[in-house]
Design a protein around this ligand. Structure first.
Ligand code: GCO
Ligand code: MG
Length: 403
């Protein structure tokens, strides 16, 4: 009854690419897991099809932990975004099956709801300060309690977070990487001005966030954090590249602005020092890129011991399947902080019918058994894969930089 009899990878591009794993058991119950790694979708699809699925068929779907260990330890080559995304897809599909068999929403299986809703933040972005503030006002009117502010930088043709389409920011905008230009000295003065204008217009009854997108040195990040302190930001995200976790010590020495990091992490080891030394305030690693619920739960527990809260990544390149699973996790996890919510397009939502809903600044995962997200396979088949890459970034003199 619980034997895995089928597992398939579904690739679809309803506006953007998504990879979904569907696992079915002998009794006919199926579960879905997101396996989307932006710009590297086919690598994960191949990892699943060539290496994971053949070892999955015939196993007992109830043994989530054993299956997780099999694909992590058993691969010998531990960690890495491709492997951990593939493992996440399996793990989430199996939790979906377990919760469906238990006839419970996933959050009940995890330990039950700890709150009535999941506070989310939306993205206000504009080519200049005024446009960003106008967008932020719209989000406030839609009921958002937290808003991320990104604005174009005078003198730079394009900036991270600023796109043509306001509700659906989509950085993977061409088959081969687009080239952006960056200047830290042009950027640095713009953010405090943006926050000052935002507090002036929006007031203090709303959380404001900003994403640096890995572009500053620890010392520069410390200075920006200090400059933003008067405006009480909710967080400063990815202030510096986090491969060198000790770099965050420098930022901490200089500012009390809360720090968020981790959307590119794929295991607890990427965050261990950051958590052990309490160098951050929010961990952004989410279900799809870090081994699924079974592993992100370990990260969240280690974070809790160190006064760090969750603030999961929730960009459009994480499919509704990941969003559904993340929302169940968020509703349960004791040390929840906030959840990013970039709306998917109507095309995407139609391919992935889901139980989660937005109301007054919160998302709720719904009470359907499992994680509450399905796939319309006939519709998905109408959107074939399209190559799409994330941009790269160069300094004004041509030096390749961090995007
Ligand atoms: C965010 C992120 C995204 C990423 C994107 C990459 O904070 O939402 O920085 O915009 O760049 O998810 O695939
Ligand atoms: Mg980010």
């Amino acid at each position: 009854m619980h034997t895995i009899v089928d597992a398939r990878v579904i690739i679809s591009c309803p506006g953007r690419n998504f990879v979904t794993l569907k696992i079915t058991t002998k009794s006919g119950v199926y579960g879905l897991g997101d396996a989307t790694l932006n710009g590297r979708e086919l690598a994960v699809a191949s990892y699943l099809t060539d290496h994971v699925i053949p070892c999955l068929i015939g196993r007992d779907a109830r043994q989530i932990e054993d299956i997780w260990q099999f694909f992590y330890r058993g691969a010998y080559w531990r960690r890495g975004p491709v492997t951990m995304t593939a493992i996440a897809a399996v793990d989430v599909a199996l939790w979906d099956i377990k919760a469906k068999n238990a006839n419970m929403p996933l959050y009940d299986l995890l330990g039950g709801a700890s709150r009535t809703g999941v506070m989310v933040y939306g993205h206000a972005n504009g080519n200049d300060l005024d446009e960003t503030i106008a967008q932020a006002k719209k989000y406030k009117e839609m009921g958002y309690k937290a808003i991320r502010l990104q604005s174009g930088v005078p003198g730079l043709a394009s900036t991270y977070g600023v796109s043509k389409d306001k509700l659906y920011y989509e950085p993977a905008d061409a088959a081969k990487p687009t080239e952006n230009v960056w200047s830290t000295s042009r950027y640095m003065p713009t953010v405090p001005k943006l926050f000052a204008a935002a507090r002036e217009t929006l007031g203090w009854d709303v959380h404001l966030l900003h994403d640096v997108h890995h572009r500053l040195t620890p010392l520069e990040a410390g200075r920006l954090g200090k400059d933003l302190e008067p405006f009480r930001p909710f967080w400063l995200e990815d202030a510096t590249p986090a491969e060198n976790q000790a770099g965050f010590r420098t930022i901490r020495q200089h500012t009390t602005t809360p720090l968020a990091v981790g959307e590119v992490f794929n295991s607890v080891w990427d965050a261990k020092q950051l958590l052990d030394e309490q160098l951050i305030d929010y961990i952004r690693t989410t279900i799809v890129h870090a081994g699924g619920i079974s592993h992100v739960r370990r990260i969240a527990h280690l974070a809790e011991l160190n006064n760090v809260r969750t603030g999961f990544h929730g960009a459009t390149d994480l499919s509704p399947v990941c969003m559904g699973a993340a929302l169940h996790f968020d509703l349960w996890v004791p040390n929840f902080g906030i959840q990013e919510y970039m709306r998917h397009t109507d095309e995407t939502d139609a391919v992935f019918p889901h139980a989660y809903t937005f109301s007054k600044g919160d998302l709720h995962p719904g009470t359907a058994p499992g994680h509450g997200v399905d796939i319309d396979e006939a519709l998905a088949a109408k959107y074939p894969y399209r190559p799409a890459s994330l941009p790269v970034n160069r300094l004004e003199d041509g030096t390749l930089f961090n995007w």
